[in-house]
Write a new protein. Structure first.
Length: 254
């Protein structure tokens, strides 16, 4: 497959493949309703943070299974459960989130745009979780929210996930990284784990509504880059360092 192909030119293997894609999309909808409602109920009853974590993992695993997607994880040993990290990744597809949450054994929190709260059930479940919700139209306020919430949780052994390109890639390539993730790491002294996601675009390219199921994904977690003691002025160089690691472990035609 040419990774620069637009979404509309990524073909289905045949009529049965198309029907599988439609069925998978419908299944994801019903999975989201079922697990989302259960998450809301359990969170309100227990007043604990564990329901979104446990149910989110099950939700992602069910989605990967119904879509026939096998995820290979490399570098899991680089995450120490007792430490907190900033994970900085490329972004190809919505499947990036499902694949990452389905196989990476860590307490992951991602930065979500507030527009996601508008989705029925999913939005309510997201609002009750510990994920960080920001208004992208107010960048300075968003940075303050991210820094404050991350600083409050440093000792909890969690990972905050940034998709550094800011949006899904349109052509399957790794583009310029924004500096929010590296800035947070420098301000908090948290180590950075560069994460490379390969192969997710072919299942649900940007601009496509129907899933193209069946296939493989590879996620590579690189060794942590320590930031303690580095000045904020190192942000640009550090961002390029992280991006170069992500590109090195990224397989464009996976």
């Amino acid at each position: 497959m040419n990774s620069a192909e637009p979404a509309t030119s990524l073909p289905f293997a045949g009529p049965l493949h198309f029907l599988w894609g439609v069925a998978a999309a419908l299944a994801i909808f019903f999975f989201t309703v079922f697990w989302g409602l259960l998450c809301i109920v359990l969170t309100l009853i227990t007043r604990k943070a564990w329901p979104p974590d446990v149910i989110g993992w099950i939700w992602c695993r069910w989605i990967l299974t119904v879509c026939g997607i096998e995820v290979e994880l490399e570098g899991a040993e680089h995450i120490d459960p007792s430490r907190s990290y900033v994970i900085i990744s490329n972004h190809l597809s919505n499947f990036d989130i499902w694949a990452t949450f389905g196989v990476v054994s860590a307490k992951i929190r991602f930065v979500a745009k507030k527009e996601l709260l508008r989705f029925p059930i999913f939005g309510q479940a997201l609002a009750l979780s510990d994920h960080i919700i920001i208004d992208r139209s107010k960048p300075e306020q968003a940075v303050d929210i991210i820094n404050r919430q991350a600083s409050e949780r440093i000792g909890e052994g969690f990972c905050i996930l940034f998709y550094a390109e800011g949006t899904r890639s349109r052509d399957g390539k790794v583009h310029e990284f924004k500096k929010g993730g590296t800035t947070l790491a420098l301000k908090t002294g948290l180590p950075i784990i560069p994460m490379s996601v390969s192969g997710t675009r072919k299942f649900l390219p940007r601009g496509s509504a129907i899933i193209r199921p069946g296939g493989r994904v590879k996620i590579v977690l690189a060794p942590p880059i320590e930031t303690k003691g580095l000045p904020l002025e190192a942000r640009d160089e550090l961002t390029e360092q992280v991006r170069s690691v992500v590109i090195r472990n990224f397989i464009e035609d996976y």
